[in-house]
Design a protein around this ligand. Structure first.
Ligand SMILES: [Fe+2]
Length: 428
């Protein structure tokens, strides 16, 4: 009798569970937004089918994609979109759909090679759950109110302390969901905390959560590896590389050899766009919370990878890891420690006015930026600020906004209080 009662209760509970509407517990978030397609992802508490309804008009989302498989990790690709266009969308299982919202849209990137100006938001070392993380977010919400970013790039250490699923949820998705995840094209890079000390990409949640455009979907040379890839947005070539990966051969990027290094060289060589930003986690130069004079990975990046950046005239190299902001002069050939920096020898730049560079036929040096105070903040090593630094700040958090058109590249470091504390322009 007691067993029969237990069975009936169980059947009743299963019935209640199956009958309930699936609740969205993560997302929606956008991935691999090309000029004509995009992936919309979300997670539900119980398995359900997936439907995305979409259209150019908020209240008339007439097109739809429905996938009947019952899943909790929903990943729906929509195709045949037009470049540089806003599509409002709703998600659900087809029976129950989310309410249309002004903030829930997918904007395709401009057609490849487009000359229209684009805006990029770069954020580093952010998912710490700190007050600084929230202040930096609010500063960018206000800063981009009238001009939203066309792409959002991450410089690694996205979720502290170990890049776990629950850390991504509480410190990343819950924080940026409303303002950015549901409407902004994201191109991430991983950091050491996302790998939690393991150097095998089969392990970190980072690679399960995100779908990188590794087949050249958004321009760039196909990499075939989620760790590293490139995209073309307007007139800028964005290259995301992985300083934490150890390849099965044992090679790391900073060895200056291996599959990733070879792909990076081929990709930079193949690029035809006027502007190049390469971004990754561990910087070649820093005196913030990490010291590039004596940390091997940083030292080897400088010695073995910087020559490639210089050879292919990369404009800006962006990194995090050190929880500060640092910007160097445009420079070449400085592979030694801080004390060996010699402006006569290493600075290669022509300034029209202060912080306004003009690039001639021979090119200019590479500007190295550390932008690692999007959540974490502070730290300084001996000899701070670096001799090669034009501007450094380890007291306030912040993140970077780039506005890039065919002949002009404008960079601003926006502090957590919303003011622009560093600003430079490059003209070509
Ligand atoms: Fe780091």
């Amino acid at each position: 009798m007691r067993n029969l009662f237990k069975t009936l209760v169980l059947v009743f509970l299963c019935h209640v569970l199956l009958a309930q509407n699936p609740q969205i517990i993560r997302g929606p978030y956008l991935q691999s937004i090309s000029p004509t397609s995009g992936i919309i992802c979300w997670r539900t508490d119980v398995p359900s089918s997936s439907q995305v309804s979409y259209g150019e008009n908020l209240s008339a989302q007439k097109q739809k994609v429905n996938l009947p498989d019952l899943v909790t990790e929903h990943r729906v690709t929509i195709h045949h979109l037009s470049p540089n266009k806003k599509y409002y969308y709703s998600i659900g299982d087809g029976k129950t759909m989310s309410k249309p919202s002004e903030a829930r849209y997918l904007k395709t990137v401009p057609a490849l090679g487009s000359k229209q100006q684009v805006r990029i938001w770069a954020l580093g070392d952010f998912g710490s759950g700190s007050a600084n993380q929230k202040a930096v977010l609010q500063s960018i919400v206000a800063f981009t109110l009238k001009k939203r970013p066309d792409a959002w790039i991450w410089l690694g250490d996205n979720a502290y302390s170990n890049g776990k699923e629950e850390e991504y949820q509480a410190r990343v998705f819950d924080v940026y969901q409303q303002d950015f995840f549901q409407n902004t094209a994201l191109y991430p890079a991983p950091g050491n905390h996302d790998y939690a000390g393991k150097h095998d990409p089969a392990l970190p949640p980072y690679f399960k959560i995100f779908s990188m455009p590794v087949n050249g979907e958004v321009g760039g040379l196909p990499s075939g590896a989620a760790s590293y890839y490139s995209v073309n947005v307007g007139q800028v070539h964005l290259v995301s590389i992985d300083t934490e990966l150890t390849e099965p051969s044992g090679n790391q990027l900073m060895d200056g050899k291996g599959l990733q290094f070879e792909w990076l060289e081929r990709d930079l060589k193949a690029n035809k766009l006027p502007w190049v930003i390469v971004y990754f986690h561990k910087p070649p130069y820093s005196k913030g919370s990490h010291d590039s004079d004596n940390e091997s990975d940083m030292k080897r990046m400088r010695e073995n990878v910087n020559p490639l950046f210089e050879k292919y005239r990369v404009d800006v190299v962006l990194a995090g890891h050190s929880h500060v902001y640092e910007r160097t002069h445009p420079m070449r050939g400085h592979y030694g420690v801080n004390a060996t920096f010699d402006p006569q020898k290493h600075v290669v730049a022509k300034e029209k006015s202060s912080n306004h560079y003009v690039v001639g036929k021979d090119g200019q040096g590479v500007i190295y930026l550390v932008n690692g105070s999007g959540g974490q903040l502070g730290g300084q090593k001996a000899e701070w600020p670096m001799k090669s630094s034009v501007y450094s700040n380890n007291k306030e958090g912040g993140s970077m906004i780039f506005d890039i058109s065919q002949h002009r590249f404008e960079a601003q470091w926006v502090s957590s209080l919303g003011d622009v504390k560093d600003h430079f322009i490059i003209e070509k």
